[in-house]
Design a binder for this molecule. Structure first.
Ligand code: BEZ
Length: 210
């Protein structure tokens, strides 16, 4: 059955550009962005991997590790890494799993046969330190992902884990957030000392908690 939000991310062992990986050990106490590529030496993937490498400081600030996957072998990934560095100006600084048997791809539902019978689509999983799937997005092979959006969702998830808030449409860091309806006004007085604006009893906006 397809993975869903809240499921435990399945564990697996695989080879990667950083050596053998046991996925749950790799996650450790971090958040993880786990994403698949149709295959090596493809143009869209090349741009994505360079961009994710560039984002490393942004990931680290949020306690996030990136890890990619394609069904090509490690030696192919290693050769491709040279092209990524040359064309994108950022060397790979996170592992890419080699999955020639497609075991991990099948486990995570990364092959959508009606779209492509052989190669993985562009899936993204955000997994939290408890190993739970917190976000899953699937893109077609011809559309490069927006990793700034994935960072934005991680910011929202981390904020809502720490405070009883939700984030409104197109929310970005520093903007007002929503007090969840389960929090009464009485409880909100203690939790949100800066106060809030009540547009409707179920729609209360408060400055982003620190
Ligand atoms: C790519 O990754 O660049 C790609 C993959 C499949 C079709 C088109 C582009």
């Amino acid at each position: 059955m397809a993975l869903r939000l809240g499921d435990t991310a399945p564990d697996f062992s695989a080879e990667s550009t950083a050596g053998p990986i046991k996925f749950h050990d790799f996650i450790g106490d971090s958040w993880v962005v786990f994403f698949s590529h149709p295959r090596d030496f493809t143009p869209v993937c090349t741009t994505e991997l360079g961009y994710v490498a560039r984002l490393k400081p942004d990931f680290e600030r949020r306690n996030v590790k990136a890890i990619g996957l394609s069904i090509d072998p490690v030696d192919s990934h290693t050769k491709w890494a040279q092209d990524i560095k040359e064309t994108q100006g950022h060397a790979l600084n996170f592992p890419i799993i080699a999955d020639p048997q497609k075991k991990v791809a099948e486990l995570y539902g990364m092959i959508h046969p009606a779209h492509d019978e052989v190669f993985t689509v562009r899936t993204v999983f955000v997994i939290d330190p408890k190993k739970k799937v917190r976000l899953l997005i699937t893109y077609p092979q011809t559309t490069g992902r927006n990793f700034d959006e994935i960072l934005r969702v991680i910011d929202s998830l981390q904020l809502t884990d720490a405070h009883r808030v939700a984030t409104p449409v197109n929310w970005k860091q520093g903007e007002d957030v929503i007090i969840v309806p389960a929090v009464s006004d009485e409880e909100a007085k203690g939790k949100f000392p800066k106060g809030w604006r009540t547009l409707k009893p179920y729609l209360r906006l408060t400055p982003q908690p620190k």
